[in-house]
Design a protein around this ligand. Structure first.
Ligand SMILES: *[C@@H]1O[C@H](CO)[C@@H](O)[C@H](O)[C@H]1NC(C)=O
Length: 384
């Protein structure tokens, strides 16, 4: 009789466990680990893309090209299609930073011609609704008195606000241009703070002369920008262009592209070697680098983007190999990659997952206690 009773009890509690387990397994996102990261390989001979953006309407990535005056979409599965082919750009010009203006369904591209090509720095806007028709191609003005043949501007990266204004970094001269929705370009911010920081001691020739680089627009009326050769970050007022140094717990040496996770405001900064994860509690007077992930150095990551709300991807465009051009005619690289990167420390979802799990554990404990109580009362009744 006693044995019989205990077996009923254990079968009942095990069925409760399986129900709870089923709920846990079906109802909750499985935390992603580094082993099931999404890797996209795509094929395009000699592309060597530097810029990367994500177009939420088209649900695909967008990449530029080192010398072919083209911009392409890349699907989740690695299918590549040409969305812009613009023969009005100077021959062999490079597409650098890219930004999608979701409000106006436009694509903005920073265009630059490196030496020995004639100097050229511009911002181009293309209409994503009409298959990539160009809206404007605006040359970016040099500082008064600057001789472009001696030291040329470098239009490097671009961010866009909700009104369609674009902000373009000049990595050679450490200032920021603004290009309005109609394509009118001006010098927007040339704060002295951009020239106030020492070049990092370990800055090598690859980025020693590269100043302001990655830029993101924050909806609260300011921009964040990083500087490659000093590893510093600046907060720039959207109205006045005044800039302040953001206090960080480390330097982002060789920082290149930037992106922002809309869900929680995490800022991502990429370099050839790593991806940094940053957060701030006070609208970026101070920030903290709370995690970093090592990247494939050979892939030479130059850009980072966020797909959807929170999937982070870097572009392995192997640009330096393309710039060196030391491959034989017809032997340019064909394969490039876009790879998902995650931080073990930053996944807020894991925490929710943990809380829910604890909640379930507590619920299970209550059910178990309730049953035990019933059982003991029953047993008491029987024995008495
Ligand atoms: C563009 O690149 C091609 C291939 O390297 C070269 O043959 C051509 O001369 C270049 N054009 C200019 C204007 O430099």
């Amino acid at each position: 009789m006693k044995a019989n009773m205990s077996s009923t009890r254990s079968s009942r509690s095990s069925s409760v466990i399986s129900i709870i387990l089923a709920v846990v397994l079906v109802g909750l996102p499985i935390p992603s680990s580094s082993t099931n990261r999404h890797v996209i390989n795509f094929r395009s001979p000699g592309l060597y893309p530097e810029g990367l953006a994500y177009d939420p309407s088209g649900q695909h990535f967008i990449v530029g090209s080192l010398h072919s005056r083209t911009i392409h979409s890349v699907s989740d599965a690695g299918v590549i299609q040409t969305i812009v082919s613009d023969p009005d750009l100077p021959e062999n010009a490079t597409i650098l930073g890219l930004a999608v203006d979701s409000t106006n369904r436009r694509l903005l591209a920073a265009i630059h011609s490196a030496a020995p090509l004639p100097p050229f720095s511009a911002l181009a806007a293309y209409d994503l609704r009409s298959g990539g028709r160009r809206i404007f191609l605006s040359p970016l003005p040099s500082l008064p008195g600057d001789d472009e043949d001696i030291a040329r501007d470098v239009a490097n990266d671009v961010a866009v606000d909700y009104k369609g204004n674009a902000y373009v970094t000049n990595s050679a001269k450490n200032f920021i241009w603004k290009v309005d929705r109609d394509g009118a370009a001006s010098i927007f911010s040339r704060s002295p703070v951009f020239n106030s920081q020492p070049v990092a001691a370990d800055a090598d020739a690859g980025f020693r002369d590269c100043g302001l680089n990655g830029i993101v627009y924050i909806s609260k009326g300011y921009l964040l920008v990083v500087q490659s050769n000093t590893g510093k970050m600046f907060k720039v007022d959207e109205e006045t262009g005044t800039a302040r140094l953001v206090l960080l717990n480390g330097d982002l040496v060789a920082a290149d592209g930037m992106a922002r996770k809309r869900r929680d405001g995490t800022i991502l900064v990429v370099s050839q070697k790593k991806l940094w994860f940053l957060k701030s509690q006070d609208s970026w007077s101070e920030g903290v680098i709370y995690d970093e992930t090592d990247l494939d150095v050979e892939g030479f990551a130059t850009a980072v983007t966020v797909a959807g709300q929170d999937r982070i991807y870097v572009l392995y465009g192997r640009v330096v190999e393309g710039i060196m051009g030391n491959y034989k005619e017809g032997e340019a690289r064909e394969l490039f990659g876009i790879e998902e990167v995650s931080s073990e420390k930053e996944s807020g979802e894991d925490k929710i997952w943990l809380y829910v799990l604890i909640g379930f554990g507590f619920a299970y404990f209550c059910i178990w206690r309730f049953q035990m109580k019933k059982l003991i009362t029953n047993m008491d009744k029987k024995t008495s």
